[in-house]
Write a new protein. Sequence first.
Length: 768
Amino acid sequence: MNLSDRALQVEGFLFDVYHTEDRIYLWMKDYTGANTLFYDFYQPVIYADGPPEILKKLVHRLYELSALAEKPYFEEKRLFYQNRLTNVLRITLSKPSILPTITRKLYALYGKFDIYHSDIDLPISYMVEKKIFPLCKLILTYKETNLGKQILHIDPLTKPTDLEYEIPNLKTLTLSLLKSHRIPIVSNSLIVNDSYELPAKDPHSLLTSLHQILTEEDPDIILSSFGDQIIFPYLFFTSQKLKYMPAFDRDKTAPIRRQIQTKGTSFSTYGTIVYRAPSYPLFGRWHIDSKNSFVHKEAELYGIYELARISRLPIQKMARASTGKALTYIEIDVALRMGYLVPWQKSAVEAPKTALQLLNADRGGLVFQPDIYKGYIWENVAQLDFAQMYPSIMVLHNISPECVNCLCCTDDPDVPQVPKLDYKICDKRRGVVSIALEHVLERRSYYKRMKKETTGERSIGYDRKQSSLKWMLVTSFGYLGYRNAKFGRLESHESVNAFGREKLLTAKEVAEERGYILVHAITDSIFIQKENAEPFTKSELDDLSKEVEIRTKIKMDTDGIYTWLLFPPSSQDANMPVANRYMGRFSSGELKSRGIGSRRKDLPLFITNAQAEMVKWMATKATIKELKDSEEEILSIYQTHDDMLKAGSVPWRKLLMRRSTSKTINEYQVHGPSAISLLQLQDLGMQVEAGEKIHYLVVKSKAKVSEIRYAVKELLELKREGKTIHWDTNYYRKLLASSFREIWAPFASFTDFDSLKEDQMFLPFTDI
């Protein structure tokens, strides 16, 4: 029964949106900072196409489930791949909560009929219909009922395409663990806001303390470290067991049911096994796990806000999603606005090819190995990069799955074609991927420009936003060939590669026509030098870039002019460079590096910091001669770090090796560091899934018994807490010498780097 029919209004920001049972819930933060919960009823629409007898069975079953809001009827809609109108059955569901069940049942009938719009997340489908998105400004018209505040109308005040937008003031509370996340919480402590330590030995005291903090602080965001994997599964399980629930959620009205999960999922991507923890979102607050969010690792909260706005993925879902998923929802939004039926799964399979066609098509980006006939060090080398080459190709050449070898241009000999592959590209319509990426490219270009024109927090914000978009653009190319991508097709992926190879060759030819030497080229970058090795002028490079842009239609920028540039030799073959490993000093004094030790995440922090200090010193020297003449200075830096290792004064945590497990413990056949670490964790009662990260200390690398060569971090924290921990000094000194050799060997006045660590001053090895 309604309490009042009087319509009320409030203006503010859309903070959160989710659905439970048959309602959509919206949290709004007004301009005073107050948070208010509203609800709405929503009836999603799906479409079905197939034989009449199958559709009749479907409708009959939906009637039995009381899932229909109105009588289904046929409506004319446009097919995505075929680009033609067709009559499909429009089905309006009375219960949003039944959609996942329907989708699962339809999966079993795949092939008998087609279903559209069924797998779009309900909150996103609702936001698309209402033209709203996370953190948008809006005016809500509502009325008070005995169920709460019911939405009558929504007026959006901003658009997702806005380049400048306001973020409300949000209060953040941090939550982390004192020790390793694998050590049980009962033997651990929770750290709140990097200051409060809450011991977990008494679970009830822990929960009441958390409740008091949450009530007093009332944070909008709980930013955790291992919150999804460890902290919240424990807290929710303990809360259910003790029948005491702290104020984790703001929402006290919606029926919230949580299934306690402690096991995540492992999957393979680009040849790497990745682990993803289970998801523990909150209701009315945001929970973001920094260890379970790629976007947060790369672009922090600014990046999450940016991608959530343009993709319409709710903030907590965006925090846990890939940039590829965000791009997919941007593409879905474009497809819906263009009137397409969005298939519930990818339906375009790879076309049959001959062996010759496969040989021509199945090639990646073009690489010219670094030219080392003059040695590994070059002076006065310019690096020029295509600006976002692959996404720009997709926009420029209309590369989209529905536009490559489209059905509507099969017999048209005048349509554009892919170089060397002869794939036809539709010129009768713009592709969904092309349209989506065009706006993303525009946004990133704007943020990069504003980053340079602003300072302080504003500049940092623009940088975080452009970084999140960079990763979306990087994945956009891979998603074109991803087998499960909704808007993917292998021929479109191959087309981008073909155009990319052609444009890099064109850039090389333009440079050589002007008498420049090609030093190196990889995918979207060229490295060039004058024949007399004199420095380039800005006008020379600007003229070259302009000519390349005219001939390729893609902008090329000067990344910088190296006063010296090093291609470190391969560790496998000293006479060979590595294509994606280099370092050099720009004329500005900035040093750029790729692929060297200080950029790696698997080396100990002490080693990467040591090399980074040496590299920083190298950036102070403008020429090869200055570097060689100052060798004693870098040897001094090396010696300082080596002395620390010999003296045993390096904290053991800075010597931990980091590895990503590729298998479960039973799948390892060789007792290497990963397998031994997993065995030690298993003995401690700790299970590790494939793709998780482990940290271990090298104790005795030459020990005859392999089990004592390494000690996993958790073993050291539990067994050796408060005691002296020894490590393999010789091993870490060798690692330090190798990192030194990597960056200094071509400059060195000596060749025997092993002599640096053969002074026989090692500490005696001792068991932990």
